[in-house]
Design a binder for this molecule. Structure first.
Ligand code: NAD
Length: 491
């Protein structure tokens, strides 16, 4: 691995490595496509490698699904929908989903290790956030399966049929859970495609689903890149498309779905602002900012990638942030001390680095932590920009890396105007001692989720989704359930 046994801090003391045991993890050398309850070889697409971004070593080879494979998966899903799944009692459907949730909890450490190996995120995060939240989503939606008649008063909820689901690489298992759990609870069947750089936890989930004895074809998992996703979107026998990913791809999917009968939800990019008022608890806010943009390498759609700080406390906040950045450990994702893991792929690292150059060309001042990073693998030190203008591309565009653009404001109104001045509207954060200010800000900011005096908090009962170019529809909670149902007025 990236080999850091001792980490020294400026203060002179040293930090011993705390490596995560990996002996419980089992990976095959090669994975086929999970279709009709079993792993099958791709018809003609061959295989591609998935690598560990912290070491650049190959982890496994994974099948690349073509149109023919997607067609097989959709047929298996249709057969399961018309066969056992939609005819099963809702209580029994719920039992299967509960079983998946329990099995995921039992195998949580194995899933966490694989998530960190394949995606580069620190084990602390996959262990404490990704996997427990994934299980929580299955538990939550399992509970709704036999209570659908109470979920939407006056209306009955019918399944849509076959759902095609396409997910990104930043929260691989969690995004799979967000999509599969409500779909199954409503009686749909699924064809899911994970991102090409992080397919392994979805494939492990396929194994778990097989072990849970789910009827064959209820969940199908096909791997591949954008063409495989496109084959799902274009398939005639799919009733609903659920996509999470970039705004550019989401837009093209929306265009190709126009005029079809397919229902869709699109969860897209973000450029959230953390807004700090002078009356905020500053040290607490610093932790919120660090959590919002630096943890998980800034690979978070709702990352607090902008900071709006009230002028009176700007110098103090920026200095405290710089000090805190020096203490953040960038390195081996499987070390329990690590704060910032590996960037997910070389392509993503290039993209982040191009924004670092761009920010400086635009005239902003860049500051990076001075911490060392490992030699092999893809790494980016935590970075902040000051002296940025609202029109700068580093303020307007999603970078998806540990890069923070800082602006100041004087009045509440100016803070709101600046916060709203991007094409996105996924999330935001408000830091203040005054409750009234919180309510004012949360009404004025056009974003789907706004946290107050905290950041990046998730719960399966709570809907999540964006305004403007951040997407269409909501996932999570009852809203997420309704996205997988045809609601009919009761007679
Ligand atoms: P991406 O759009 O490149 O890819 C997402 C998925 O779509 C991948 O599985 C990819 O293979 C597939 N895909 C690519 N081209 C396709 C096409 N033409 N048709 C169908 N599928 C296609 O995004 P990414 O780089 O993997 O993920 C990062 C993006 O995801 C960021 O913009 C982030 O903000 C967004 N995201 C949003 C949310 C949310 O809930 N709003 C959550 C997580 C990530």
């Amino acid at each position: 691995m990236s080999g850091q046994s001792k980490l020294s801090f400026d203060g002179g003391w040293e930090y011993s490595a705390a490596p995560q045991d990996t002996s419980m993890m089992q990976l095959e050398k090669q994975y086929g496509l999970f279709i009709g309850g079993d792993f099958v070889a791709p018809e003609e697409g061959g295989y591609f490698d998935t690598v560990n971004p912290a070491t650049e070593e190959k982890l496994a080879s994974v099948a690349s699904a073509t149109d023919a494979d997607v067609n097989r998966a959709v047929k298996a899903a249709r057969k399961a929908f018309e066969g056992p799944w939609s005819k099963m009692s809702a209580a029994d459907r719920g039992k299967y989903i509960f079983r998946i949730a329990r099995m995921l909890q039992e195998r949580s450490r194995e899933f966490a290790v694989i998530e960190s190996l394949d995606g580069g995120k620190p084990i602390r995060e996959s262990r404490d956030i990704d996997i427990p939240l994934s299980a929580a989503h299955f538990f939550y939606y399992a509970g709704w399966a036999d209570k659908l008649q109470y979920a939407f008063p006056g209306r009955s909820a019918q399944p849509l049929g076959v759902a095609g689901q396409i997910i990104p690489w930043n929260f691989p298992l969690l995004m799979a859970a967000w999509k599969i759990a409500p779909a199954l609870a409503c009686g749909n069947t699924v064809v899911l495609k994970p991102a090409e750089t992080t397919p392994l936890t979805a494939l492990k989930l396929a194994e778990l689903i097989r072990d849970a004895d789910l009827p064959p074809g209820v969940v199908n998992i096909v791997t591949g890149a954008g063409e495989t996703g496109s084959a799902i979107v274009q398939h005639d026998d799919i009733d609903k498309i659920a996509f999470t990913g970039s705004t550019a791809v989401g837009r093209s999917i929306q265009q190709s779905l126009a005029g079809t009968n397919k229902k869709y939800t699109l969860e897209l990019g973000g450029k959230a602002a953390n807004i700090i008022f002078a009356d905020a608890a500053i040290d607490q806010a610093i932790e919120g900012i660090v959590n919002g943009i630096f943890f998980n390498q800034g690979h978070v759609c709702c990352a607090g990638s902008r900071l709006l700080v009230q002028e009176a406390v700007a110098d103090e906040v920026i200095q405290k942030l710089k000090d805190r950045m020096e203490t953040l450990i960038v390195g081996n994702p499987l070390d329990k001390n690590t704060d910032i893991g590996a960037i997910n792929s070389s392509a993503q690292l290039e993209r982040i680095e191009s924004y670092l150059r761009l920010g400086q060309e635009e005239g902003a001042e860049m500051h990076q932590s001075s911490r060392s990073v490992p030699d092999a693998g893809y790494w980016c030190r935590p970075t902040l920009f000051t002296g940025v203008a609202q029109s700068n591309r580093i303020v307007q565009e999603e970078i998806f890396g540990p890069v923070l653009a800082i602006q100041t404001f004087r009045t509440l109104e100016e803070g709101v105007t600046k916060a709203n001045n991007t094409p996105y509207g996924l999330s935001g954060g408000v830091w203040t001692d005054k409750g009234a200010k919180i309510f004012k800000m949360t009404r004025a900011i056009r974003a789907g989720v706004i946290w107050a005096n905290t950041f990046n908090k998730f719960d399966p009962t709570s809907p999540f989704g964006g305004y403007k170019e951040s997407g269409v529809g909501r996932e999570g909670g009852l809203h997420g359930l309704s996205a997988y149902a045809r609601l009919e007025n009761r007679a």
